[in-house]
Design a protein around this ligand. Sequence first.
Ligand code: 4AD
Ligand code: MG
Length: 429
Amino acid sequence: MDFTHIAELLDTSKQGKKASIRGWVYRKRDLKKRIFLVIRDSTGIMQVMFDPSKKKLFKTAQQVTVESSVKLTGKIRKDERAPGGFEFDPETFEIVGLSDIFPISKDKSTEFLLDVRHLWVRSREVTAVLRIRSKVFEAIHEYCHSEGFHETHAPILTPTACESGGDQLKVDYFGQEVYLAQSWQLYAETLIQAIEKLYTITPAFRSEKSKTARHLVEYWTAEMEAAWVKLDGMVDYACGMIEAVCQKVGKECTKELEVLGRDPKKILKIKRPFPKLTYTEAVKLLKKDGVKIEWGKDLRTLEEKALGKHFEKPIVVTEFPTDIMAFYKPPTDHDAKVAKCFDIICPEAGMEIVGGSERSLDVKYMKDRLKKAGEDLKWYDWYFDTRKYGAVPHSGFGLGIERVIQWICGLEHIRDAIPFPRTLNRFYP
Ligand code: 4AD
Ligand code: MG
């Protein structure tokens, strides 16, 4: 008999029909005269009751332990007392893999759960996040294809710094020092001259020395780069990507959001247009709120949080001070002190989820900026060729996928948006 996923059975139309399920024992309650098992699969949970009248089944139920893998056939029946509102009357019951005593029971301290992350991933919360995570990736691919972008890949091992030399992870490359990529951007800027509109979903690396709830050392990013597109056009693509993700998750992950205590309606409200303000306007707004911030300093966690409180939708902040921006972000035409760039800050959590810009076409300007940052220009020669042979206006952005998941799922810490987080002091398991 074919196996049915539990979520498909939680439906009155399936009552009285024979079905087979398979999964893991999520809970066991042995009342001696009756044994209740809750079985979980990747889609949901189902209660099964055993009593001594079915001797063989009852004996197997006595033997089975929490987290054993099992197969059952039987019929579904409505029962308001059962979690999910249905109970399964078993006819056959087979243990596939008997579990040792499962280490996760009462001790749910953060550090312990991180030590046994390979087992904690089975929890309902993590399962829900993993399913939403998969949907986020699906939505990004769909959106990029629908807008005519081609999926393209860049190396992870690179000789250059894209963002800044400070937080690069070093790797020994047969005796030479190279870095794990902070971003695909510099390579993408050469590829636009071949295929014009491109995107990638890739791991990115930052040796973040600070312990915060929004920084990972290894994270995933969705990046877009396009020829002929100026700042406003790229801002709209970034907003479109966020909208596409929220609409898909809000519509197709209602059960998962419920497990996480999130209201899908809130997620479905995330539709363009998004509020837009310049950095200078943001600083004014923050000062009015009593936040101590000086013009010229980057927005930090504190300021982003304060801004997030003002809006119900993602906030586009443009024109950050040129001096604190990466070397490739050009000054605006009306004021050289600010750059043609943008960040998008999510509401609620209030954190940067997207960073992007138009790209400078002025090689001298970029070289000066790199020199000031102490970079060795010889590694950038290939990059400047993009400006030498038929340069075109272009722009791009990077979206932090775990940050988006953290916001949508309402997670306190970014490490719970990825199955095996890499943080300042953790690379195990
Ligand atoms: O703002 P960032 O540094 O921009 C770039 O890397 C550009 N080169 C992207 C581009 O234009 N193609 O990083 C992009 C996004 C941030 O907005 C943030 O969401 C996320 O990546 N991010 C991190 N997420 C988790 N942990 C970290 N340590 C992150 N650093 C950046
Ligand atoms: Mg940024």
